[in-house]
Design a protein around this ligand. Structure first.
Ligand code: FEO
Length: 171
């Protein structure tokens, strides 16, 4: 049986992960409008990955005998000043999500819910990667100083990202 406090907090995290997906899909649309299809592709994959994060919480709530309860998802911004500005916002958002995950770990420990604590460790590790991948693109954008030629090459680079459905996420 899932502790009601954990159930509520995990349902809120489904909302946060779904918002992340929506935010990155909005960024994909913005990049598509800038004729940067590779950046848009990277963002669409990021949006798909965020939905798998939401599904992980969904499945876990069910597995523990809890109830999934979905709330309205906020509308994301639609415009950014530049590709660098968009990726700086990605990093800012991921730092916020890291904070949310850390709070969930704190709650699980406070409630002596060791199964939830254990489950959350996947997300703790994932957030390290999420922050690093945003920092990586920010570093490259700064390196090319957002020149047209540099953006063209980086766009090509980002178009190579591949989405693979994680085998441990049940549909
Ligand atoms: Fe679901 Fe980007 O963290």
């Amino acid at each position: 049986m899932l502790n009601p406090k954990i159930e509520k907090a995990f349902n809120e995290q489904i909302n946060a992960e779904t918002y992340s997906s929506y935010l990155y899909l909005s960024m994909a649309a913005w990049f598509d409008n800038q004729q940067l299809a590779g950046f848009a592709h990277w963002m669409k994959i990021q949006a798909l990955e965020e939905m798998t994060h939401a599904l992980r919480f969904y499945n876990y709530i069910h597995d523990r005998g809890g109830k999934v309860s979905l709330k309205p998802v906020a509308g994301p911004p639609a415009n950014w000043q530049s590709p660098l500005n968009a990726f700086e916002e990605v990093l800012k958002h991921e730092l916020l999500v890291t904070g949310l995950i850390n709070k969930l770990v704190g709650l699980a420990r406070k409630e002596n819910d060791y199964a939830s604590d254990n489950y959350l460790q996947w997300f703790v590790k994932e957030q390290v990667e999420e922050e690093a991948s945003a920092e990586d693109v920010i570093g490259k954008l700064k390196m090319i100083n957002q020149t047209e030629g540099g953006l063209f090459l980086l766009d090509k680079d980002l178009s190579a990202r591949v989405f693979t459905m994680p085998i441990d996420v049940r549909l």
